[in-house]
Design a protein around this ligand. Structure first.
Ligand code: ADE
Ligand code: ZN
Length: 333
């Protein structure tokens, strides 16, 4: 099954580029930028990765990205991820970035996006992997800062396919960003947001995301299964759910494999993704293998997960269809 998954044309839709910063690159960038890390080795960095919920993970995640300072740093970060993804036969990725995690420490927006954009272009030309960017707002910052970030993104509108919402969900419901999302929609961005797993008021947040914000997709959204009305709303609107099994195992009590099985059985457009693979020790291949082991997934299940993913991408219909044809050809072999 591992080999079948390796050959499967794959798609990644829930991936924080800052969460792909591996300890080796962290050291390289620290040295490049004259930053002294409080760790002596790659092993020491990995040993310090101890988290058991979203806030404890986020603390380490934000600390880690302090080494990202210049346009080449962001280029190298994205290029390393795209190389890894291409090696796992990821054919297409929609990549989150957190501009406020950089502008809040003095790194200009244009440095971040220019580095990422240049990597996407080079990766498509050299590696054949296609990707688009989704700009996330940090929900534990004020809505005004999100709005200012949205406005500073407008000169780069053509480089960003949509907006998302991430960081600490507790006390930061979707409606806090209603005006920001309305403006983002007006500017032509597609809309997604995190509804993280097992949060305080998880189901209410999912309801707000669907009904008050009108999202085009939901990141995680596993707790929707607790409310039949939410399941029906997700199905009726054809909303995709970008679920991250190994990540779930770190920040909640389990991978939530049974919930993913139920979503598949209900015919929801559930997908499997890696979230922050440098921290959770698993890219998309490892996530699919872990889930296949936990649920004894069939080849048909695995193909369905990737069909869901390509189907809910933010790509033009004809490009989606080309990837789906590639998937069908693999499945038929
Ligand atoms: N930022 C990076 N990874 C995240 C996650 N899984 N949830 C919320 N914010 C994040
Ligand atoms: Zn995430």
């Amino acid at each position: 099954m591992t080999d079948f998954i390796a050959g499967l044309p794959k798609c990644e839709l829930h991936l924080h580029i800052e969460g792909t910063l591996e300890p080796e690159l962290k050291f390289e960038l620290a040295e490049r930028n004259g930053i002294e890390l409080p760790y002596a080795s790659v092993e020491e960095i990995r040993a310090a990765y101890s988290f058991d919920d979203l806030p404890s993970f986020l603390k380490i995640y934000y600390e880690g990205m302090d080494v990202l300072r210049t346009e080449p740093d962001f280029y190298d970060l994205a290029m390393a991820y795209l190389r890894k993804a291409a090696s796992q036969n990821v054919r297409y990725a929609e990549i989150f970035f957190d501009p406020q995690a950089h502008t809040s420490r003095g790194v200009p927006f244009d440095i971040v996006i220019r580095g990422l954009r240049r990597a996407l272009i080079d990766a498509e030309n050299r590696l054949g992997i296609k990707a688009q960017l989704i700009m996330c707002f940090l929900r534990d910052f004020q809505a005004e800062y999100a709005m200012a970030t949205l406005l500073s993104s407008l000169p780069y509108r053509e480089w960003i396919v949509g907006v998302g919402l991430d960081s600490d969900e507790k006390g930061n419901p979707p409606v806090k960003f209603k005006a920001v999302y309305e403006r983002a929609r007006q500017e032509g961005y597609l809309l997604t947001m995190h509804c993280d797993v097992d949060q305080e008021n998880s189901t209410e947040h999912i309801r707000q995301a669907i009904e008050e914000i009108g999202v085009d997709r939901i990141d995680h959204g596993v707790n929707s299964l607790e409310d039949p009305a939410l399941v029906e709303a997700i199905r009726a609107r054809g909303l995709g759910l970008t679920v991250c099994p190994i990540s779930n195992g770190y920040v909640t009590d389990s991978m939530k494999a049974d919930a993913i099985r139920r979503m598949l059985d209900l015919g929801l457009r559930v997908t499997v993704n890696s979230d922050d693979p440098a921290y959770f020790a698993g890219y998309v291949q490892e996530n699919l293998v872990a889930l296949a082991d936990a649920l004894s997934l069939s080849r048909e299940d695995l193909v369905q997960l990737e069909r869901n993913a390509f189907e809910i991408t933010w790509l033009p219909r004809h490009v989606k269809d080309a990837y789906l044809a590639e998937l069908d050809a693999y499945a038929a072999r």
